[in-house]
Design a protein around this ligand. Structure first.
Ligand SMILES: Nc1ncnc2c1ncn2[C@@H]1O[C@H](COP(=O)(O)OP(=O)(O)OP(=O)(O)O)[C@@H](O)[C@H]1O
Ligand SMILES: [Mg+2]
Length: 493
């Protein structure tokens, strides 16, 4: 593997990378950076969590001139959360080079953005819709733009941003450099590449599998109304440090996070109906470990890099294999290991087979954990607490009372009582979630053509009803020509 020194980067960039703890380039970085540094157009494809942000971020920051106080670089991302995250990472890389990176996204106060823009950032990371707004108001000037990056291009397509992207690419100076990152290469993205990029180098990090091997993939067969109980048992047994639970609808996310909280699992939900301030604060609290369970619709699936996510639970089978890959890709990032568990109702087994055929990876069927197993694990935990207190604490003040108690009750009964008090007992019976219909297997291709495919709300999640599973959509992993949904609604801008 190449170290970052070998790219002959500006010392300030190398210093920033060292401070970020990055020494050796990942394969996608190793291949993209030298080409991008030569000012060539690049299309990059690589697995989740393998460092695509720095793959474009390093050449971007390296190439820009801090003395020229104009917008020189633009990164377009599908969601607000991603815009903030990418801008954060770029600002870290740029730290010692005095290059300023500004995130711009919908839902944020326009006047504040205009004030920030007046401070002349060098790079803007934006959702396409809001970028267009500024373009029209002329609060963003395009003539000095030298580099454009499209991150998660296929997702921007899914979200209905394709026309915005074309408009933007039409208006930025033609002699710019363009980098495009996409998990899949559906036809409209290939067209963008053909029409707006100059003889791009295609860098596809070869991987036998679509998913990284550091993620263990399991599924559990469970009927709809038992899902919640099984989830709680799993949380009790697996004891995740940080877990993301994906639900199919916004209603599902709200109900699940409320129910988990009721039972003492520190959980919060995130989906597209929450205002931006709430979304930001939930994500921040999760990143800081103040809550350890994040319940999410697919809004959190793409690109978000939250270090330390140990477990992903698909409480509901995802709509398509792509969504599966991105959801589970929130764990097992940057070489760490992770566990992904998918709940499958009896009618949904077919979807798992489709996912497996696309990812070329078999999942392990995990048996449904029993109440006894969960209780045993919780008891073990209580016993550990008890023992460590016995070993480490000064208990002198309690010993008199302990002796008195032992005169009344035998020692085994007494310790059992203490353990019972320390053990979290589950009471999932009190919780009732609205049931979701299972995903059906779709027979014909493009049956739902024309319906919106928005991923975090207003579209498909809105009514809390399931849509059909598009078996064909999996093909887009191999760059098929899946048609864009015509009236896909613009999201998040
Ligand atoms: N060279 C490196 N060495 C170690 N860690 C790295 C390196 N490059 C990036 N990382 C870390 O790996 C994590 C994942 O990176 P990043 O978010 O860029 O992945 P990605 O490929 O864009 O994933 P996704 O497909 O989910 O968007 C980040 O926390 C990042 O800081
Ligand atoms: Mg990414």
């Amino acid at each position: 593997m190449t170290t970052f020194y070998e790219f002959e980067l500006h010392h300030s960039v190398v210093r920033a990378l060292t401070e970020m703890g990055l020494e050796k380039a990942t394969p996608i970085q190793e291949q993209t950076i030298p080409i991008a540094l030569q000012r060539k157009d690049v299309i990059g494809q690589a697995q989740t969590g393998t460092g695509k942000t720095a793959a474009f971020g390093i050449p971007l920051i390296e190439r820009l001139d801090p003395e020229e106080e104009k917008i020189q670089g633009v990164v377009l991302t599908p969601t607000r959360e991603l815009a903030v995250q990418v801008a954060g990472e770029l600002n870290k890389i740029a730290r010692f080079k005095k290059i300023r990176v500004l995130p711009i996204y919908g839902g944020q106060d326009m006047n504040r953005q205009i004030r920030e823009l007046k401070k002349k950032p060098h790079v803007i990371v934006a959702t396409p819709g809001r970028f267009m707004d500024h373009m029209r108001r002329k609060t963003i000037r395009l003539h000095s733009i030298d580099m454009v990056v499209l991150d998660e291009a296929d997702e921007m397509l899914n979200m209905g941003f394709i026309d915005d992207i074309k408009t933007i690419l039409n208006e930025v100076p033609e002699e710019r450099q363009t980098l495009l990152f996409s998990a899949t290469m559906p036809k409209p993205i290939q067209e963008i590449a053909g029409n707006f990029m100059k003889d791009p180098d295609i860098i596809k990090v070869k991987a036998k599998e679509v998913t990284v091997s550091s993620i263990t993939q399991q599924c559990i067969k469970v009927i709809e109304r038992e899902k919640f109980g099984v989830l709680c048992r799993l949380l009790d047994i697996d004891m995740p440090e940080l877990a993301i639970i994906f639900g199919r609808t916004k209603r599902r996310v709200d109900e699940l996070s409320e129910a988990l909280n009721k039972l003492g699992y520190g959980a919060e939900g995130i989906h597209g109906d929450l205002n931006q301030a709430k979304r930001d604060s939930v994500l921040r609290r999760f990143k800081e470990g103040k809550i350890n369970v994040l319940v999410a619709t697919d809004v959190a699936a793409r690109g978000l890099d939250i270090s330390g996510v140990t477990h992903v639970y698909n409480f509901d089978v995802p709509h398509d294999p792509e969504s599966y890959v991105h959801r589970i890709g929130r764990t097992g990032r940057a070489g760490k290991t992770g566990l992904a568990i998918t709940f499958v109702t009896p009618g949904e087994v077919e979807h798992i087979k489709t996912i497996e055929s696309i990812t070329k990876k078999k999942m392990d069927w995990r048996p449904v954990p029993t109440e006894a197993e969960a209780a045993e694990q919780q008891q073990r935990l209580a016993a550990e607490k008890l023992l460590s207190t016995a070993e480490a604490e000064d208990l002198q003040a309690y010993k008199g009372m302990a002796k008195q108690l032992l005169e009344e009750v035998d020692s085994v009964t007494l310790v059992s009582a203490v353990l019972k008090m320390l053990t979290k007992e589950s009471n999932t019976g009190a919780v009732k979630l609205t049931e979701e219909a299972p995903l059906r297997v779709k027979k014909k291709r493009f049956e739902d053509k024309g319906k919106s495919r928005s991923r975090d709300g207003r579209g498909r999640e809105n009514k809390g009803r399931s849509k059909k599973f598009d078996k064909s959509s999996g093909r887009s992993f191999f760059g098929d020509n899946k048609k864009p949904k015509k009236n896909a609604r613009r999201k998040n801008a």
